[in-house]
Design a protein around this ligand. Sequence first.
Ligand SMILES: Nc1nc2c(ncn2[C@@H]2O[C@H](COP(=O)(O)OP(=O)(O)OP(=O)(O)O)[C@@H](O)[C@H]2O)c(=O)[nH]1
Ligand SMILES: [Mg+2]
Ligand SMILES: [Zn+2]
Length: 307
Amino acid sequence: MGTPERFDADVISAYGRHLLARDAAGVLVKARPFGRGLEIVCGDRVRCERDARGEVLAMQVLPRTSALLRSNARGVSEPIVANLTLAAVVIAAMPRPDLFMLDRYLSAAASTNLRALIVVNKSDLPLEAEEEAGLQQLQALGYDVHRVGARDGAGLEGLAQALAGHTSVLLGQSGVGKSSLIRRLAVDGAEALTGELMREEEGRHTTTASRLYECIGGGRIIDSPGVRDYAPSVDQLEPASLGYYEVQKYAANCRFMDCRHLNEPRCGVRAAVEAGEVSARRYESYRRMRRLYEQLQGERAPGRTKR
Ligand SMILES: Nc1nc2c(ncn2[C@@H]2O[C@H](COP(=O)(O)OP(=O)(O)OP(=O)(O)O)[C@@H](O)[C@H]2O)c(=O)[nH]1
Ligand SMILES: [Mg+2]
Ligand SMILES: [Zn+2]
C-alpha cells in the first residue's frame, strides 16, 4: 500500500468520537480522532489521513483562531465551539429567560474579543417588563438586540445580515428556538430537527450536538445544544472586569488598582451603581460572576492544568 491520503477538513459536527467533516471540495466525510488526547469540537479544522481501508482519522487539530470555552463542574476548561467570530445568545419569553446566564455568555465573549449579539426569538410572545428593562440596559451598553420570530419569520433578514461574513454560534437555554432559527437561516438547515417537528412523533426533540451550517446571507452558523447553565472558563475570563463593559469603564475611578469592586473603599464602580449609571441588576450579576470566578479557581486541584 502507498502512503495514506492526507487532507484538511472542517469539523461540521463532533459527537463523542464520531466526527462529521467537510473537505475542501465540500464532500462530507465521517472521521474519528486518532488517539485519546485530541479534543475536537464543531468548527475545528483538522488534518486527516485516509487509510487503505478508506477510514478517515483526524490526526491533528489545526491552530484555532478562537474558541468559546466553558468550565465543567471541576473548574476545568472545555471548548464548546472553535474558530468562531460571533456569539449570538438566544432568549425568548418561553422558557423564561435567565438574564444572569445571558450576562455570563456576554462576559465570556467580551473576555475573548468575540463579537456578541442578543437574539430575542418568539417575538409573537411578549417578554416580562423586568426582562425588557434588562435588555434595554444591555442595549445601552452597546449590545445589538435582534427581535425575531422563527415561527412567523419576523426580523430574520436583519439577523441574517448581522451574521453575514461571520462564523457564529447560537447559544442559550433549551427550547428558545435555536434550531428553529437555523431552519430559517441556513441554506442547508432542513436537517436541523426542532421541537416542533418531533412533537408530531413523540416528545420534544432537543439538539444533542453542535452542528455547523451555511448561512443564507453568507457566513456559517452553528446550532448548539441547549444548556441549563453556563459557567465561563477561568482561563478565558478577563480577570479585572470579567468582561463587564461598565466595570471596565468605571474601574478607572477606583482608589485601588486591584479593586474587585466588592467592598473596597472608594470604588468607582460602586459609586456608578449608586449614581444610577450602572444598573443594579448588572452589578449584582458582576458580583455573582466574581464569586463564581473565585470559586472555580479554588475548585481547581493544585497543579491541574488545562488539557
Ligand atoms: N411561539 C413561538 N414558538 C417558537 C418560535 N420559534 C420556535 N418556537 C418553538 O419553540 C420550541 C423549541 O424550539 P427549538 O428550535 O427546538 O429550540 P432549541 O433552542 O433548538 O432547543 P434545544 O435544541 O433543546 O436547545 C418548538 O416547539 C418551536 O416550535 C417562535 O417564533 N414563536
Ligand atoms: Mg435545538
Ligand atoms: Zn472598584
